[in-house]
Design a protein around this ligand. Structure first.
Ligand SMILES: [Ca+2]
Ligand SMILES: [Ca+2]
Length: 348
């Protein structure tokens, strides 16, 4: 990333451009001279309209006119879930050595849509620097990563220095699979050779390629602005307290309405697959928790079937306490872990 400050004039020009984009008055942004030009998240963030992103040799061109898909040269990116396509949670940030400057250490800057605009950090940082050899683990919460036709994952690496990172993916945050190397700037990764067929991945880990040396000055290592998943996957997590009575697999009336709410959200789509996953906290016996989570997933799947989702595209699985998303050491963490996850694939 650049450490040279942008001139006030250049910055004003950038700002005028982004205001136009934010108002939706400018759909096509031309200009290879606009290196580091960006995109303002207000543009599409409230909706789930497909997200299009133009780039040219890594220089962001901003949102472009919608086209049906990324073209043969990969010059435009289509993310069917719009702003929801991007990673939502930081799981772990391990700063490499040398470390980046203070303002490059905010790992949350890698969440949500790309918003790096070039120039100095004026307010909140818009990218996080990994530091040489450092790593960043992110989770997709309201979406997920699957292997579909073509590229499945986009890594938005920012700044004038092109810095590569290794990409690993995981379904549970514990077992990791090498998925490739993101060359820097906007990189596409096709997880086809790494992914198991039909598997849904929730975690991505990026590790700066230490072999490339320190090319980033005060921002050593890859500078991550955003990580987007291409697949049209909707993930909903419902609290077990809302769905079921204590220790029971029988749906409460409130649970039925919560599930009807989920069905309303996907009305009109024709998903290719719906997976229901039950999870518990770590209180009690493993085997008991596994069985309870399975029975609960099955109850939810049954209701979905009653509501018209074909059994042939439904899978119900329980993971017991094996896939926590929060620390079981606190009541709040345990409450988050007691959940049913519904993963709806396809039908964008
Ligand atoms: Ca997301
Ligand atoms: Ca693929």
């Amino acid at each position: 990333m650049s450490t040279a400050p942008a001139t006030p004039r250049a910055f004003r020009a950038f700002r005028a451009l982004f205001t136009k984009i934010a108002k939706g008055s400018l759909l096509a942004v031309a200009g290879a001279g606009c290196a580091g030009g960006g995109y303002t998240p207000q543009f599409l963030a409230p909706s789930e309209d497909p997200f299009f992103y133009g780039h040219d040799s890594g220089a962001f061109l901003g949102p472009i006119e919608p086209i049906p898909d990324h073209d043969a040269d990969g010059n435009a990116i289509r993310l069917p879930r719009g702003a929801a396509s991007f990673a939502d949670e930081v799981i772990e940030y391990r700063m490499g050595n040398p470390r980046p400057v203070e303002e490059g250490r905010n790992a949350e800057a890698a969440l949500g849509p790309p918003d790096y605009q070039g120039g100095p950090v004026l307010e909140a940082p818009r990218a996080v620097s990994l530091g040489q050899g450092g790593s960043l683990t992110l989770r997709f919460a309201d979406n997920a990563l699957i292997d579909a036709e073509g590229p499945d994952l986009y890594i938005f690496e920012s700044g004038p220095d092109v810095e590569a990172s290794f990409v690993e993916i995981s379904a549970d945050g514990r077992e990791w699979i090498q998925a490739g190397r993101a060359g820097g700037h906007v990189s596409a990764i096709d997880i086809a050779s790494a992914a198991k067929p039909g598997q849904v991945y929730s975690y991505v880990r990026l590790t700066d390629d230490i072999a490339q040396g320190n090319r980033g000055g005060e921002w050593p290592g890859a500078d991550i602005d955003a990580v987007g998943a291409v697949g049209a996957v909707v993930r909903v997590e419902l609290s077990s307290e809302v769905l079921f009575a204590f220790d029971s697999d029988r749906l409460l009336p409130g649970g039925v309405s919560a599930l009807d709410g989920v069905l309303d959200k996907i009305a009109g789509r024709s998903p290719s697959h719906v997976t229901v996953l039950g999870h518990t906290d770590n209180i009690g016996e493993d085997a008991y928790n596994l069985d309870l989570s399975r029975r609960r997933a099955e109850s939810v799947a049954k209701l979905l079937e009653e509501r018209g989702i074909s059994r042939s595209i439904l899978t119900a699985t329980g993971h017991g306490e094996a896939r926590p998303v929060a620390d079981n050491g606190s009541p709040e963490g345990r409450r988050r872990n007691r959940r049913v996850e519904i993963v709806i694939v396809g039908g964008d």
